[in-house]
Design a protein around this ligand. Structure first.
Ligand code: HEM
Length: 191
């Protein structure tokens, strides 16, 4: 929401997509989600710049192993800095720029399965997040519903702020404060 409010042209594109696919007489339902490709790109771009688990979960090898010439002793604590990898200029052009369009042509390839090592917000391999399908649906459904039913304004000319605290879980320094304005002509949608 914060990134979209900072980028009104991207927000407009999401809302146009929602209006085209859902229309103003219906509520967002799960079966709509696979057709909301721009929204999917927005969610992916958000998870790229602001991965909720910036260091994934700690991993511990049960045996000493050698990976790419590096010896990793048994029982060491390994953290993957996915936050830094997903902002690395080696893999991403203008990595700090919120640009959902970068996912549009590679939406299948850049998935959540952890098979591309420049984008893996849910981890990778045997211990990959087991809640991916649920998380993906909930994020899409909540965001689509909020943006389809309401316009959002910042109170008193405030500016949306994306400053974040980098801990085990990434969180915003300032919570987002926004005012909803009903945009649907169908009052049934608000019951
Ligand atoms: C945006 C939402 C979520 C994100 C970004 C996320 C991210 C992650 C990450 C990065 C890991 C560690 C993977 C690794 O170390 O390679 C993980 C593990 C896990 N996640 Fe999630 N997760 C999310 C939502 C959920 C939900 C909704 C559930 C449950 C319904 C869930 C259940 C789990 C479980 C059980 C593990 C441990 C898996 C294991 O160790 O085998 N997660 N998640």
């Amino acid at each position: 929401m914060t990134e979209l409010l900072r980028h009104p042209n991207k927000l407009r594109r999401v809302v146009e997509e929602l209006d085209a696919i859902i229309g103003d007489q219906n509520i967002v339902e799960e079966f709509h989600l696979p057709r909301l490709l721009y929204l999917e790109a927005v969610v992916k771009e958000t998870l790229r710049i602001h991965p909720p688990a910036p260091l994934l979960m700690p991993h511990t090898p049960s045996e000493t192993i050698v990976v790419a010439g590096y010896t990793i002793p048994k029982n060491s604590n390994i953290l993957f800095n996915v936050w830094a990898i997903q902002r690395d200029t080696q893999f991403w052009e203008d990595p700090l720029q919120f640009e959902p369009e970068r996912f549009l042509n590679v939406i299948e390839k850049k998935n959540y399965k952890g098979n591309s090592f420049d984008f893996f917000p849910f981890g990778s391999g045997r211990r990959i997040c087991v809640g991916i399908s649920m998380a993906e649906r909930i994020m899409m459904l909540v965001l689509a519903t909020l943006l389809h039913c309401f316009e959002w304004e910042l109170p008193n000319g405030r500016k949306p702020d994306v400053k974040e605290q980098l801990r085990l879980v990434l969180s915003k320094v300032e919570p987002l404060l926004v005012v909803p304005i009903a945009r649907s002509s169908n009052s049934m949608q608000y019951q």
